[in-house]
Design a binder for this molecule. Structure first.
Ligand code: ZN
Length: 160
C-alpha cells in the first residue's frame, strides 16, 4: 500500500546538511513512525513521502521554506555575560529557554566573549537545506483512535 493521508508510515532516515555532515538519523532497527498528513514531520519530507511504498529508497533535498524555515537575523542577540548568573561554564552550543515577545523560546549560545554572549533564537536547522536519505519500512492504515489523537499508537508511538 502507498503512503497517503491518514496512513501510518515508518521510515529509516539519515539527515545530512549541505556540507555532508550527518545531523540526525533514525537508530538502527528503529524506524521513525508518523501519521501522514498530520504535520508530524517537516512539510518537504512529508510531500516527498506521499505515494511511496514499503521498501522504497530515495533521497530528497528539502529547502528551508519546506523545512525549518529561514534564519531571521533579528533573533540573533548579544546579551551581557551577567544575564547568565549561576551558569558556571558557558559554551557555544548550549541551549537555554528565554522570554521572547511571543512567550518562551529556545535560544542557542553561538559565541562567548569575556563580557558578552551571542545567542541565536532560530531553530538550529533554520536556513539549512535538509538532505534526507529515506527507506520506507512499513505503511498501514491508521486506526480511528490514532486519527482522533493525531499520533501513532504502539511500537515507536504513544502507549496509553
Ligand atoms: Zn493517543
Amino acid at each position: 500500500m502507498q503512503i497517503a493521508e491518514d496512513t501510518f508510515a515508518s521510515i529509516h532516515y539519515t539527515l545530512t546538511n549541505a556540507a555532508g555532515t550527518v545531523i540526525d538519523a533514525s537508530p538502527t532497527g528503529q524506524p521513525l513512525t508518523y501519521l501522514h498528513g498530520a504535520g508530524n514531520i517537516v512539510p518537504g519530507l512529508e510531500q516527498a513521502l506521499e505515494g511511496r511504498s514499503a521498501g522504497d529508497r530515495f533521497n530528497v533535498a528539502v529547502a528551508p521554506e519546506e523545512g525549518y524555515g529561514q534564519s531571521h537575523p533579528q533573533l540573533i542577540q548579544v546579551v551581557p555575560r551577567a544575564a547568565f548568573q549561576g551558569v558556571d561554564t558557558l559554551e557555544p552550543g548550549m541551549q537555554f529557554e528565554a522570554q521572547g515577545g511571543q512567550g518562551p523560546m529556545l535560544v542557542t549560545v553561538t559565541k562567548v566573549d569575556a563580557d558578552e554572549v551571542t545567542v541565536d533564537g532560530n531553530h538550529p536547522l533554520a536556513g539549512e537545506t535538509l538532505h534526507f536519505a529515506i527507506e520506507v519500512a512499513d505503511v498501514r492504515t491508521a486506526t480511528e483512535e490514532e486519527l482522533e489523537h493525531g499520533h501513532v499508537h504502539g511500537a515507536g508511538g504513544h502507549h496509553h
